[in-house]
Structure formats: structure tokens, C-alpha cells
Write a protein that binds this ligand. Sequence first.
Ligand SMILES: O=C(O)CCC(=O)C(=O)O
Length: 208
Amino acid sequence: MDLFSSTELFGKPKFNLKNIELPNAQVCLYENFFSIKEANFLFNQLAKTIEWEQKQIRLFGKLIAQPRLTAFYGDAHKNYTYSGLFWEAKAWTDDLLKIKLRIEEVCKESFTSVLMNYYRNGEDSMGWHADDEKELGSNPIIASISFGETRSFQMRHRFDRNTEKVNIPLTNGALLIMEGSTQHFWQHQIPKSKNSLKPRINLTFRKI
Ligand SMILES: O=C(O)CCC(=O)C(=O)O
């Protein structure tokens, strides 16, 4: 499947915008949204300053540790329930606010919250799901920025099993935007990898 139709922006592009053409979805990818230098800096800052935790979830009646570290920051009182877990927003840090502003400039949207995932190595992962919690409204815009190791972001159609699964490599500094009906029709995951992988941090900005 030829997924990408590439458009270079703003004469001398800072980043490369690719529309990811999928039925019943609106997805695009800004490669090098943050330069490698900025992305490396932000990875180190976030790794050090965010209060990461490993939460437990109940699966088939058993409590198990999530295979990654997580954190939730945002505007006061914009709390969130996700994967059966209740998240109380911690206050924005300066780095998070700067990242949020840069993303808001291109999205023309304002975000209230950010859910963060720290994948320590190839063993860490996130299973199939859609970002369709009721707090997000019916056609949410999700802005997902990645720092560190490249991981494969996979998407599958929720109803039409004949539509091919999609693999989008999310590189250091890449911004992925999902909007419109995407969450109604598609699920996504970060699968485990047998390769030895370095850490990666992903931030998904959301509007609650
Ligand atoms: O790490 C990623 O790129 C995916 C994160 C994600 O799916 C989520 O936070 O809902």
C-alpha cells in the first residue's frame, strides 16, 4: 500500500509533512518536527524531570505491571480515566509548555493535557487500542511527539480486516497527528521488538 504522499512546506522546509492516506481516517506525519539536536535535548530533559511511574493494571483478574513507564500532566482538574486507571494531572513543566506551544502552532488547536510513555527498551510496548475515551469528545485530535529511539507505530482498521495493517516508523523528533474519525475506525499499538532498542519517550497531547 502506498501510504505516503509527501509535501514539503514553507519553501525551505524545517520539517517534511506526509499525509498518511487511510480510509476513514485523517492522519499526518511531520518528520523532523524537532531537529535531532532539540529532540535529543528534550529526551534527556523529560527523562530526568518527569515523575515517571510504572502503574499496575488488572488483566484477566490479575494485577500486572504495565510494560512501560507513564505520566500524566496538564491543566488543573483535567483528570482522565484510561486503561481503567484514574490519572490526576500534574502541573505543566516549562519544557512541556514549550513543546505544547510548538505543536499548537501547526495544529491550530489548544491542548489541555499530555499523556506520556517511556519505553525503556524493545520489551516495553503498548497494546492495540483507540484513543476514544469520552473525555476527549467524539472526533478528538491527538498530537503525538516522539523522542529517542525509532519505534514502529502500527495501525489496524477496527472493522474491515481486509484493509492492510499499517507500519509507521516514529523517528526522533517526529510529530504524528490523528484527527477526524480516526479513533472510530482505527486502533494503534507499539509492538514489542526482539531487537535491542534504546529508550524512547512519546507524548500524546490531548484536549479534555
Ligand atoms: O508511543 C506511542 O507512539 C503511542 C502512544 C499511545 O498510543 C497512547 O498514548 O495512547
